[in-house]
Every structure is written in C-alpha cells, then in structure tokens.
Design a protein. Structure first.
Length: 287
C-alpha cells in the first residue's frame, strides 16, 4: 500500500556570486517573498563538481575556479507543496532561479535532487519550463495537441530537476521525482539489457513522462506493469516500496516512496510508454 512518509517536498537551491550579486539578489528575493539565507563563504566547488549533470553542457574548470572565488552563498527554498501543486511550484522557483542567475549569479545547484547544470543551461531550461507551463495552463489545441503539451512540459521538468540514473554497484535509481510529486525509481542491472546505464536512463524517463502526462490523476497501482512499446516481449512490473535512501528530514527524501522495476508480468496488463499509440492500455487524463 502506498503512503506518505515524512514532509511534503520543498525546492531548495544553492547559488553563489560576489558582493554585487548579493545586492542585486536582495531586491529580487524581497519581491519573491521566499525563505532564504546568506553565508559569506563556503567551500562548495566540490559539491557542485559532484552534482553536474553530464547529459547537458557541464561546468568547466573555469566555472569551478569562479565558484571557488565566490564571496556570497545564497540558499533559497519554496514552501512545501502537494503533488497537484508541483507544476506551479517548479515553474515559479525555476523562474526565480533564472532571475537570480541573470542578476550575475555565477552557478546554481538544486539541493533537493543534487543536480547542477551550467549557468546557460539553467537559463535555457527555465525558459522552456515557463513556456511549457503557460501552454499547460492555457489548455489550447486539440486533445492530441494538449497531450503532447503535457508530455513536453513534464519531459523538460524531468530533465531539469531529476538526477537519473544514479548507479551504486548493481543498482540504478533516481533522485528528484518527489519534486514532481511522484515516487522515485529503482532497478537492478540484471533486469536491464544492453548498456545498463543507458537502458535505465531511457526506462526512467519514458515511464516518468508517460505517468505524469497520462496517468498522474489516476495513478499506477502496485503490481501493474509498464512497457515502452506494445511489442516489448518482457515488460517491467512495478512494485511500490518506501524510499529509504535519505532520512525523512532530508530535502532529498521522497515521501511518496519509490517504484521498483522488475521483469515478468502478463502483457495484457502493460501500460505502454508510447502514450500516442492507438493500442495504449491504461488510464488517461481527461482532455
């Protein structure tokens, strides 16, 4: 049975810059009315280095040297939010992060998932999230077009905030799905074919977008299965479990638990990852 353990998620960001950045940022933070705090110095280049997302243009040695020279460290966070508030909360906080970077912030990291991008990548992703959110809330176009808008929005939000796959020995897992209001993912390499890391990355992203764009209001049930295509010979069975990677007071803790992917269930119970396929089986959001 699925349950919530711990507090609802909050988006926590770390951003560094110099004294001029702090004076500009104070005005922006005052308008935004978000909880925040400043530190004068923090040896945080290693924290940024360990959190770089290599699927996007990553931080360079010059970036790390700049981070090491910072004189001000800003930490700001959202209020806790429920799953049905995730889209709005993420859009708002990413827009705020973009404004702070444009005010000469040097680098930003999402503490709630441990992910960093290059400065220009953050700005580009925040812009895409903002555009996607406006299309999402306007609900314009045909049902098929609105479905594609939902897929596009959740895809860019996943790429922006979720760190996946993370490998520890023979296990791959995600961190950051709680920010999107959903459980994390975990799979052992003996359930994956081909390049294990690449297969896990494709699996996690395909299921996340499928679930968020098509199934979230109804949800998955413990024991249901998922295949990326109707022809997939051996779909994954999803088993829900509590998320135990982080303590319940940690901002990385997922109170919604996690989905464990295993192999082997009847194909007639499969949710297919191509949500535009006519043979799709499984709940859809009303359009």
């Amino acid at each position: 049975m699925q349950s919530i353990t711990g507090q609802l998620p909050t988006l926590n960001f770390r951003l560094v810059g110099d004294d001029e950045f702090r004076s500009r940022a104070e005005l922006i933070l005052g308008e935004a009315k978000v909880e925040h705090e400043w530190q004068r110095r923090d040896p945080c280049a290693d924290a940024f280095r360990s959190s770089v997302c290599e699927d996007w243009p990553f931080l360079t040695d010059a970036d790390f040297q700049l981070i090491d020279r910072h004189s001000n460290l800003l930490q700001f966070r959202s209020e806790p939010y429920a799953p049905d508030q995730a889209a709005a909360a993420c859009q708002r906080m990413l827009a705020l992060g973009a404004r702070l970077l444009e005010a000469d912030g040097w680098a930003m990291k999402c503490e709630s998932s441990g992910i960093s991008h290059a400065r220009e990548t953050w700005l580009k992703l925040a812009s895409r999230v903002d555009l996607g959110y406006r299309r999402l809330t306007q609900a314009i176009g045909t049902p098929r077009e609105r479905l594609q808008d939902r897929r596009n929005f959740w895809a860019v939000l996943y790429q922006t905030l979720v760190d996946a796959p993370i490998q520890v020995y023979s296990v791959f897992y995600s961190c950051g799905m709680h920010l999107l209001g959903q459980p994390e993912f975990i799979v052992k390499d003996d359930h994956l074919g081909g390049d294990h890391a690449e297969t896990a990355a494709d699996l996690f992203e395909a299921f996340a977008i499928h679930f968020l764009a098509e199934c979230a209001p109804v949800g998955f049930q413990d024991g249901q299965s998922f295949g990326k295509a109707p022809s997939e010979a051996s779909p994954f069975q999803l088993m829900w479990e509590a998320c135990t990677e982080h303590g319940i007071d940690d901002c990385m803790h997922n109170p919604f638990g996690r989905w464990r992917f295993t192999r082997g269930l009847r194909k007639d119970r499969v949710h297919q990852g191509n949500c535009l396929a006519e043979q799709h089986v499984g709940p859809r959001v009303a359009t």
